[in-house]
Design a binder for this molecule. Sequence first.
Ligand SMILES: *Cc1c(COP(=O)(O)O)cnc(C)c1O
Length: 223
Amino acid sequence: MGAMSNTENLIRIQNQLPQNVTLVAVSKTRSVAEIMEIYNAGQRIFGENKVQEMTEKWRQLPKDIQWHHIGHVQRNKIKYMGPYVTLLHGIDSLAILEEVDRQAAKHHRRINCLLQVRIAQEETKFGMTKEETLALLASDSYKNMQHASIVGLMGMASFTEDTLQIKREFLFLKALYDQITSSSLADNQFRILSMGMSGDYQIAIACGSTMVRIGSSIFGART
Ligand SMILES: *Cc1c(COP(=O)(O)O)cnc(C)c1O
């Protein structure tokens, strides 16, 4: 039996996803041709973590693609995404959010953002604590923004074989998400819980994910 094609991988994953879970095809390091194959199979949402690479692909590829920025973002790079980005998954400070608001205003757009919460046990620089997340949502600075909207949370679980630990981390994020959606901090736009990658998306979905970010299970291992 031959290896599955990328299109077959995509369809197999799509068939596993519940109706309410959105698939972001993570296309970082992949060529325009590889992206077009998946596009032709119907995929319209792609995720990238390098702004320059994403902008180059946005220029070259069909304009009905929705581009998501999925990792930590540097403040001085946000301006390049201002004209087109659909969703930023990696917002981890007020300063970054303020820059998104400024750039979105320049382009007369509203740009949707997810707050990245640090849920992994491993040492990582990125993501906010629960307390920082709640404080940002409650801040006057955020409330006064006209062009940046926080529409949910994102988290990355530990890179481990210990599925119970992964589950604990995702459930922690789901509990925070539920706390926010049932409070006055969130409006009805707040409805995305981005968690789950190739190695752990089934666990993430079982824990309440509404958006999975999958790269290598579609395109093969990155080299
Ligand atoms: C690369 C990346 C993914 C996809 O990882 P795979 O293991 O290839 O599915 C998801 N989320 C983020 C933030 C990433 O950087």
